[in-house]
Design a protein. Sequence first.
Length: 220
Amino acid sequence: MASKLRGARFRWINEQLYTTRGEDAFALFQDQPEIFNEYHEGFQSQVKSWPTNPVDLYIKVLRKLPSTLVVADMGCGEAKIAQSVKQTVHSFDLVAANAHITACNIAHTPMPDSAVDIVIFCLSLMGTNYLDFLREARRIAKPNGQLWVAEVISRFTDIDAFIQVLDGLGFKLSVKDASNKMFILFEFSSSPSTPQPKRAKSVSSKASAPLLKPCIYKRR
């Protein structure tokens, strides 16, 4: 019975994250910070059944890259990347669950413009305004920086449209890896020019339907 209750609680929290805006999720978690741990306990239970965890793939790649790079881990969870690599990693999530994490709405991080070599969204484009998260990534990414996105394949309504929207935001596709049955991995390069927020906003708003569906677990 206790396990079922924990599962039901996890599914409710998960649904809030996928069906509300980032600022609403931030307000909820700031008001009830204990749900951060509840969510991640449930999330870790799900991870155990995965053949591969994308965060581990990113850690493996970062360990081979120069330690001088600056990384932003957007929706970092428990900040596993920051605790596993030598680069400077700025970890952002809804609650500062440990010393590595800065609590914020990832549509509005405290990072200055053009400060980051690599921006990572590892299963974290969860709010209904996820395009705002991506616009923020463009703001903080250095010219010719990188954007890494890992998402559940079943969330995408139109992968080509997603790539086109990112292009409009100033990110050119470098790599698309759909070899994993569960996840798809993208690498984008940010344009060499400075961001143009007005253009990015107008292009991204052209998406006539959601590009990403919420990842909602079935009620049991």
